[in-house]
Ligand binder design. Structure first.
Ligand SMILES: [Ca+2]
Ligand SMILES: [Ca+2]
Ligand SMILES: [Ca+2]
Ligand SMILES: [Ca+2]
Length: 422
């Protein structure tokens, strides 16, 4: 991947993006769906390499079929909602060479490598702190007051009738915070209809921590519902129990959300490099009136993560309780909003109390998605763009409080009091 390449340039006629390379994902089976959760436990020396999956946007399917025949590659299937196909590159074939051959033969002008999808809080980032205060309440935490949620609720805004797709690690449906608020979703990791967030005792990302992703999706969903208590959550699982996933799964989940009636999509995750297939899925969703809201990232960089940086995706960064940029929050001209993101209280299925505090732009993102759901619940007809622009236009500017980040924290901090003012 060439860092200097802009993922936002005009869409190439012949784009080629490489999705994830999962050591454990046995893609060679050729079965539908994306990476499987199954694994053969690679203890000891390097495990046998499974096939690498690339995402290819060919001139014609016939061209691709011919080439794959030549190379012994397998077309796993189309990536719904995009022009891409998932192709399994045979074991023992150098992926760079394979892509170069594609380049030669299909005049593909773009290649991206090994971009795993994850969450900003992953990889030793911020950790959830379990809470044992029995009086703790997600709904009455100060962060919600800071964004004016109680004021909006007092005016009757509650998100009734709104479906929010939460693309994440899945959810623990038994969490009290989600009771009665789930609609059918899908599991793009396992390829089944149960997007349950379950630990599997496998350290998929080999960082020495097992199943560190479990709880992320539930936490995010609980925050969406804290802002929009009568909205419904459509859980779409694309991240495994170590909170990693594939570009193809994310693109498919975006397409699924649009096709199944979601009003907005929360993706509190991202990847460090461009993925054209994800951008294309988000563009197509936007064209259908369904926006993706995504996290700016926790790397304290002046470059927000993908896909939040894409123009079709709303990017959310994090501030503290005094509206100063969170120390970890990435920033820049691609940020659209900021919202509180430090020590938020949310539902965590691994905490004995069911509650945890957690920091990250993932959670600021959930608040903005919930805010959209509130506005949508009171106005079924307005274009989504208008509702997001209302959130932007009513945001409280925070530049004066953040002199080092002027113009780099979007329009400011979410203010639902102003956004719902009569
Ligand atoms: Ca499942
Ligand atoms: Ca791990
Ligand atoms: Ca795991
Ligand atoms: Ca954006």
């Amino acid at each position: 991947m060439t860092p200097s390449r802009s993922p936002l340039r005009t869409w190439p006629t012949l784009g080629l993006a490489l999705g994830l390379v999962f050591g454990l994902a046995a893609c060679g089976g050729g079965g539908g769906g994306s990476s499987g959760g199954g694994d053969d436990d690679g203890g000891g020396p390097p495990p046998p390499r499974s096939a690498t999956v690339v995402l290819v946007n060919p001139t014609t399917l016939e061209d691709l079929e011919e080439l794959c025949d030549d190379k012994g590659a397998t077309i796993l299937g189309p990536v719904d909602g995009t022009d891409y196909y998932e192709v399994s590159v045979p074991d023992g074939v150098d992926v760079d060479d394979f892509l170069e051959d594609l380049d030669d033969e299909l005049e593909v002008e773009d290649g991206e490598h090994d971009e795993g999808v994850g969450v900003p809080e992953g990889g030793g980032g911020t950790q959830a702190a379990f809470v044992d205060d029995v009086f703790a309440s997600i709904a009455t935490q100060p962060a919600l007051a800071l964004i004016g949620a109680p004021t909006a609720h007092g005016r009757g805004y509650d998100g009734t009738g709104v479906v929010v797709a939460v693309i994440d690690t899945g959810v623990v449906a038994s969490s009290p915070a989600l009771a009665g608020r789930l609609v059918a979703g899908y599991d793009f990791v396992d390829g089944d209809t149960n997007p349950a967030d379950v630990a599997n005792g496998v350290d998929e990302d080999k960082d020495g921590v097992f199943d560190e992703g479990v709880g992320h999706g539930t936490f995010v969903a609980s925050l969406v519902l804290a802002v929009a208590p009568n909205a419904m959550i459509m859980p779409l699982r694309v991240l495994n129990s170590d909170s990693i996933g594939t570009a193809a799964a994310l693109a498919r989940a975006i397409q699924y959300a649009v096709a199944n009636g979601a009003d907005v999509i929360n993706f509190s995750g991202g990847l460090a490099g461009p993925s054209l297939v994800i951008v294309q899925a988000a563009e197509n969703a936007k064209a259908a009136g369904v926006y993706v809201v995504s996290a700016a990232g926790n790397r304290n960089l002046s470059q927000v993560d993908y896909p939040a940086n894409a123009s079709a995706v709303w990017a959310v960064s994090a501030v503290d309780a005094t509206s100063r940029k969170a120390f970890f929050a990435s920033f820049g001209s691609d940020v659209d909003f900021v919202a509180p993101g430090i020590d938020l209280l949310g539902a965590h299925p691994r905490a004995p109390s069911g509650l945890a505090r957690w920091s990250g732009t993932s959670f600021s993102t959930a608040l903005v998605t919930g805010a959209f759901a509130l506005l949508r619940g009171e106005d079924a007809g307005a274009p989504s763009k208008d509702l997001f622009e209302r959130l932007e236009d009513t945001a409280v500017p925070v530049d004066a409080l953040n002199p080092l980040y002027v113009g780099k924290l979007g329009k400011g901090r979410l203010d639902l009091g102003a956004a719902t003012a009569p």
